[in-house]
Write a protein of this length. Structure first.
Length: 170
């Protein structure tokens, strides 16, 4: 019976590698986002030459939005891989991000929520810059959605703080 138990435990432990393709897929998504970023950058230059000030601002905000999303994907891919699959063996490489290997699941949730709130704020700012093309209802929905993200982020942080105070494991 002990051999069966050991075999099952070994299979469960090794099953973590099933997550690796998901994290690799996020890296591919960053590459796809890079293509979109290049298109947005080209649109910025067109807006600078032929467009108005609002078009330039919206184009710049779109670039910021893409950069935030790419950063979020990278944080999730690195941290998720290191937390759930295996440590990334970079040794003491000078370019290793300081946060690598230090972002636990709780920290990852908070970073992800912070990034989502930042992305939502950029989207809301884009909507305000382009407000003349939106109805009050559309603008109201965007503000409401952003506030829902903000409140969710605060609740995540409060929940983590309470758990930490009770000796919860991060």
């Amino acid at each position: 019976m002990k051999k069966v138990e050991d075999l099952l435990e070994s299979l469960v432990f090794r099953s973590r590698w099933l997550l690796a393709p998901f994290f690799f897929g996020l890296i591919l998504a960053i590459a796809a986002l890079l293509v979109k970023f290049a298109k947005q950058l080209a649109a910025l230059f067109v807006a600078v030459v032929a467009g108005g000030e609002q078009e330039v601002i919206v184009s710049i905000l779109a670039l910021i939005d893409s950069a935030l999303i790419a950063s979020l994907l990278l944080i999730i891919a690195f941290s998720g891989y290191e937390n759930f699959v295996s440590k990334i063996g970079t040794g003491d490489h000078e370019d290793r991000p300081a946060w690598m290997g230090k972002v636990g699941f709780s920290d990852l949730k908070l970073k992800m929520m912070g990034s989502i709130v930042a992305i939502s704020a950029v989207e809301l700012l884009k909507a305000f810059v382009d407000a003349y093309n939106l109805t009050n209802t559309q603008l109201g929905w965007r503000v409401g959605i952003h506030l829902a993200f903000v409140v969710s982020g605060v609740l995540f942080a409060v929940t983590d703080r309470i758990t930490e105070g009770k000796g919860g494991d991060h």
